[in-house]
Design a protein around this ligand. Structure first.
Ligand SMILES: Cc1cc2nc3c(=O)[nH]c(=O)nc-3n(C[C@H](O)[C@H](O)[C@H](O)COP(=O)(O)OP(=O)(O)OC[C@H]3O[C@@H](n4cnc5c(N)ncnc54)[C@H](O)[C@@H]3O)c2cc1C
Ligand SMILES: NC(=O)c1ccc[n+]([C@@H]2O[C@H](COP(=O)([O-])OP(=O)(O)OC[C@H]3O[C@@H](n4cnc5c(N)ncnc54)[C@H](OP(=O)(O)O)[C@@H]3O)[C@@H](O)[C@H]2O)c1
Ligand SMILES: Cc1cc2nc3c(=O)[nH]c(=O)nc-3n(C[C@H](O)[C@H](O)[C@H](O)COP(=O)(O)O)c2cc1C
Length: 605
């Protein structure tokens, strides 16, 4: 029978929601719902992004309902941090919580879970983070069990400037529903400034779960708390003083790679090799001036930049608070809605997808304002569609043991021409052109549990890091030197030219001489007619490389995600196939097993 809500006490929106929900219910769910509504006073849930039907949690066993499993899939640490904080908050509210990386969770155990929270980011071009790959693949395979007893909710992390925004979270969400699970709260998709929506999501989860807790008032969640030992964090960055800022490339190089040393003195911030440093950069003041010149409001006009009511001048807001260098489809949609500019609406209409992507590529806010004119009745309305400048992450290139109270970075300057204008990367060019010793930068530590030295100091390590990808390996070797670790180590480094681009050359040579580093292989791509890359060097030494792997070596890749990391991955597969006498499938399983054991780790961007 098709249930339809027509004459009812519900308003139109509620009736529509019910009419969408009711046909999706199984008989068992309908019986449960009618009994539930008849028997219990219940919390009315606030539906947030309307991304699916919502039911309060119910279970015949209230003890089981208090058990919550949080699984996270995280590449650079955000989802992991949120999972830990969510777990802590739920524990404080009386729930029994298990927090685990998807990587450490036996996929088939999902059928034993009753309440599941998934917190997952998206990487690559809409792909799961490495630590979520196995669980994601399992759930999407034929082996995935029916999950009719499961109550779940997904918090998806992403960046709306990517085409496949929060894709992995969306996939988990729809797959869990397909497998029979019931949403206990709708999926939330979070952009780079995720703290507020994550807190809202958690509040919703608590509201939903609270019906199961006797005598516990769990309706108002404390905001997701920042819990680091230092008072400084992503939401309260430390102003680190610049100690040193030098160009590592020699004269005549095509590249500019800055070695930046910052002081962490007095911050209480600590890190381990493999972690990253987050920087909140300012926009280029020259670009802000050009933008202001196109706007009908004065630079000094005051605007409110956030929900907390912080007031800044328009100039300061465009310099230090809002992103002005990236266009994305969701952003254009907001502008089009606010401005009703016809050409913009046309660009966003169905069928113009490719035209829209071509327009966005390489253009910024200044281009948009020049092409379509400013939008909004006031400066306040103009900035209302902008998002906060996202922090930039940099793999830490030093060890605290070797350089107490300091953090070193290796930053490649991003410069290119597009649409007749020279473009400059916000953070890398701030570093390259404006940052002087004595200046300060707002920074925070981003822990990365997915890129760590082996706990056993005798375990061999193989490090593949062309260009700035070499940064964390400087940290690894500094650390191993300090701790006197005796495991073998092998570095593959590559860049354009030997003479100008061998980053930290003298340090590697010193470590090699002293035996801290066992082997170095270099690939200078533009010193020969034919390009030579790190993976070619790996292939040349495939026998020895496979022997190291068989001895239990950990293999690390850092640097460019788009091309290098994929090519090195495929080369590794070929090496394992050839030297291990395996089929391609067996080689893939071998590498997947290494990944599962955290012996194959990547820090790619
Ligand atoms: C975990 C992690 C670790 C990292 N570690 C390092 C590191 O150690 N060293 C390092 O240098 N970087 C590192 N990065 C990258 C770094 O975070 C920044 O992305 C990088 O410095 C660029 O930032 P920016 O502000 O200078 O440039 P942005 O202002 O962010 O501009 C870069 C953007 O410009 C666009 N762009 C670039 N070239 C072109 C082109 N030719 N045409 C059109 N558009 C283009 C692309 O969209 C690109 O994303 C890391 C990233 C992550 C996620
Ligand atoms: N997301 C961002 O905004 C951002 C910002 C900065 C850097 N990055 C990425 O980070 C990378 C690091 O930049 P970088 O300047 O330090 O170095 P890089 O551009 O990665 O170059 C380092 C070396 O790698 C070589 N290389 C190019 N393609 C390769 C491939 N498929 N496999 C193996 N090696 C390859 C380069 O050779 P050739 O150049 O001669 O081909 C060069 O010799 C960049 O490639 C870029 O993609 C991203
Ligand atoms: C190399 C790279 C690729 C990314 N690709 C996507 C993407 O395709 N879609 C998306 O929504 N976000 C993408 N992001 C943004 C991340 O999902 C976002 O920064 C998230 O907060 C990271 O969470 P994590 O630290 O838990 O991995 C990408 C980030 C990086 C560094």
């Amino acid at each position: 029978m098709q249930l339809q809500v027509i004459n009812s006490p519900f308003n139109q929106e509620q009736a529509e929601l019910l009419n969408r929900l009711l046909p999706t219910l199984t008989d068992a769910q309908k019986v449960w719902l009618s009994g539930y509504l008849a028997a219990s006073p219940f919390t009315v849930l606030g539906a947030a992004n309307n991304q699916g039907a919502v039911l309060p949690v119910q279970s015949s066993d209230s003890k089981a309902a208090k058990e919550i499993t949080i699984l996270y899939g995280s590449q650079t640490g955000n989802a992991r941090g949120l999972a830990k904080k969510t777990g802590k908050t739920l524990e404080e509210k009386g729930f029994q919580v298990t927090v685990s990386s998807m990587n450490d969770f036996k996929p088939n155990n999902v059928k034993k879970v009753q309440n599941l929270l998934i917190i997952v980011s998206t990487h690559g071009e809409g792909e799961p983070p490495d630590s979520a790959l196995t669980f994601h693949e399992f759930l999407h395979s034929k082996r995935a069990p029916k999950l009719t007893d499961l109550h779940f909710s997904v918090l998806a992390l992403g960046d709306s400037s990517y085409e496949f925004f929060c894709q992995t979270g969306k996939e988990f969400d729809s797959r869990l529903e397909e497998l029979g699970g019931t949403r206990l709260y709708p999926r939330f998709d979070c952009d780079v400034d995720y703290d507020e929506p994550a807190s809202e999501w958690l509040e919703g989860i608590l509201g939903s779960l609270s019906t199961e807790l006797e005598g516990t008032s769990a309706t108002s969640a404390s905001p997701v708390a920042q819990s680091t030992e230092s008072e400084y964090s992503r939401s309260n960055p430390f102003k680190a003083e610049v100690l040193e800022n030098i160009n590592l490339n020699g004269r005549g190089s095509n590249k500019e790679t800055r070695h930046l040393e910052l002081s962490l003195e007095g911050s209480g911030l600590t890190f381990e090799p493999g972690d990253s440093l987050g920087i909140y950069p300012d926009n280029d003041s020259a670009l802000v001036e050009q933008l202001l010149a196109e706007l009908p409001w004065i630079a000094e006009e005051t605007v409110i930049v956030n929900k907390q009511g912080d007031a800044l001048s328009l100039q300061k807001a465009l310099t230090s608070y809002f992103e002005i260098t990236v266009l994305s489809k969701p952003f254009l949609e907001k502008v089009a809605k606010l401005s009703k500019i016809e050409e913009l609406q046309d660009l966003l209409s169905p069928g113009n997808e490719e035209k829209m992507k071509a327009y966005i590529h390489g253009r910024d806010l200044l281009d948009l304002v020049r092409d379509f004119g400013p939008w909004g009745e006031s400066a306040q309305e103009f900035i209302s569609v902008l998002r906060k400048i996202p922090a930039r992450l940099y793999s830490i290139a030093s060890s605290l043991a070797a350089n107490p109270d300091e953090v070193h970075l290796t930053i490649s300057a991003v410069r290119y021409d597009a649409h007749g204008r020279e473009r400059k990367g916000v953070c890398s060019i701030l570093t390259a052109e404006r940052l002087q010793p004595g200046d300060t930068l707002p920074v925070f530590i981003q822990q990365n549990e997915n890129f760590k030295l082996p706990t056993n100091p005798e375990t061999p390590i193989i490090m593949v890091g062309p260009g700035t990808g070499v940064a964390p390996f400087r940290s690894f070797i500094q650390e191993r030197e300090e701790t006197g670790a005796e495991g073998k180590s092998w570095l593959f480094f590559g860049d354009q030219h030997f003479v100008t681009d061998f980053l930290y050359q003298t340090e590697w040579q010193k470590w090699l001489k002293e035996g801290v580093l066992t082997k170095v292989d270099v690939a200078f791509s533009r010193d020969t007619d034919e390009k030579v890359y790190v993976q070619h060097r790996m292939l040349e030494q495939s026998k020895e490389l496979f022997e190291w792997l068989q001895e239990g070596a950990h293999l690390y890749i850092c640097g460019d995600e788009k091309h290098m990391a994929h090519d090195v991955h495929h080369t590794l597969l070929s090496i394992i196939e050839k030297e291990g006498n395996m089929s391609r499938e067996q080689a893939e399983a071998y590498l997947a097993e290494m990944q599962q054991q955290k012996r194959y780790q990547r820090d790619v961007y």
